[in-house]
Design a protein around this ligand. Structure first.
Ligand SMILES: *[C@@H]1O[C@H](CO)[C@@H](O)[C@H](O)[C@H]1NC(C)=O
Ligand SMILES: *[C@@H]1O[C@H](CO)[C@@H](O)[C@H](O)[C@H]1NC(C)=O
Ligand SMILES: *[C@@H]1O[C@H](CO)[C@@H](O)[C@H](O)[C@H]1NC(C)=O
Ligand SMILES: *[C@@H]1O[C@H](CO)[C@@H](O)[C@H](O)[C@H]1NC(C)=O
Ligand SMILES: *[C@@H]1O[C@H](CO)[C@@H](O)[C@H](O)[C@H]1NC(C)=O
Ligand SMILES: *[C@@H]1O[C@H](CO)[C@@H](O)[C@H](O)[C@H]1NC(C)=O
Length: 268
């Protein structure tokens, strides 16, 4: 290997750190537009810094962490952010971890995120996100954490998510999901489910193992309350009627007695 080759190799390895990445630029530009930042937490998220977000390999953009000249982590949790998740986030193709948890984000999870093929961590918990959980997330084969708890998601849990073999944490508790829990996510291995009830609790219309049979318990509880109230009311009506009849009889007796008395009374 001559000096020229070594220099060329160096140049090739350094190039990602020197040149800007158009995908990351589009990603950051659009994300900063879709997010609202009322507390000015992202004060250095400025247009001029997006052109080359990883120029130092330690970027100065708050919450963005670079690796090999590309953004590989976005940690923007608990910053009182509002707004929506831009579909252009999918342009940050080297992203491995996306944490937007504990904000006030609204809108859906863009299905475009399926092109984040390196994504391992998706934490969108504690927001006001809505819509369905996109089944396309199955395309992110490296996902090992999906945390969507405390949002407003509706619809079923996509069965395909069970195909994510690396998934080690999955939490969709406290949403508005409905339908059966896919067996692929709850299937027992030995005696334990893949994910236990705590991953699914707090969704009124979600059912099936590993959740306890809430619906039946709800019904029978209602039945018990109904029977209790019904019989209580019935006995109340019965005793009231009883008292009324008794009063009526006593009344008539008294009237009779009174009649007798008046009858026996001598007229003056
Ligand atoms: C990285 O970009 C920032 C903002 O554009 C600039 O101030 C800084 O000098 C750049 N660093 C390098 C090493 O180019
Ligand atoms: C979130 O941020 C607020 C201040 O902005 C802080 O008081 C609170 O402890 C933070 N919560 C977590 C879980 O970090
Ligand atoms: C960037 O993301 C948008 C929205 O998902 C997509 O239409 C576009 O093709 C992406 N661009 C590149 C270069 O990947
Ligand atoms: C997601 O983020 C929340 C709060 O920011 C944290 O409490 C939770 O542990 C995270 N989820 C996972 C699976 O790490
Ligand atoms: C449940 O797990 C067993 C092995 O533990 C497997 O053979 C079976 O196909 C799984 N069923 C579903 C629905 O995933
Ligand atoms: C359910 O699973 C979670 C995380 O895997 C664990 O922290 C928790 O202790 C489990 N709960 C029960 C009742 O097994």
């Amino acid at each position: 290997m001559d000096v020229g080759t070594v220099l060329l190799l160096c140049w090739v390895t350094l190039i990602p750190g020197i040149l800007s990445d158009p995908s990351d630029e589009a990603c950051m530009t659009h994300l900063s537009k879709s997010l609202q930042d009322p507390n000015n937490q992202l004060h250095n998220w400025k247009e001029e810094n997006f052109a080359n977000p990883c120029n130092d390999s330690t970027t100065n953009l708050r919450g963005a962490i670079c690796n090999n000249g590309r953004i590989f982590k976005l940690s923007l949790n608990n910053l009182s952010l509002r707004g929506t998740i831009s579909p252009f986030l999918s342009n940050c193709t080297n992203l491995q971890a996306l944490d937007l948890s504990s904000n006030f984000l609204t809108g859906p999870i863009p299905a475009d995120l399926q092109s984040l093929v390196n994504l391992a961590v998706l934490n969108l918990s504690s927001n006001r996100l809505e819509g369905v959980i996109p089944p396309q997330l199955t395309m992110c084969a490296y996902l090992n954490i999906i945390d969507l708890h405390d949002n407003l998601f509706t619809g079923p849990i996509p069965q395909q998510l069970g195909l994510l073999v690396r998934l080690s944490a999955f939490d969709v508790s406290n949403n508005r999901l409905s339908g059966p829990i896919p067996a692929s996510l709850s299937n027992r291995s030995g005696n334990l489910p893949r994910f236990n009830a705590s991953s699914f609790l707090g969704n009124k219309d979600l059912y099936g193992y590993p959740l306890p049979p809430l619906r039946n318990r709800g019904l029978s509880l209602l039945a018990i309350v109904g029977i209790g109230l019904g019989s209580g009311l019935a006995s109340l009506v019965l005793s009231f009627t009883g008292v009324c009849i008794w009063l009526k009889i006593t009344d008539r007796k008294m009237a009779l007695e009174e009649g007798k008395i008046t009858h026996l009374m001598p007229d003056y």
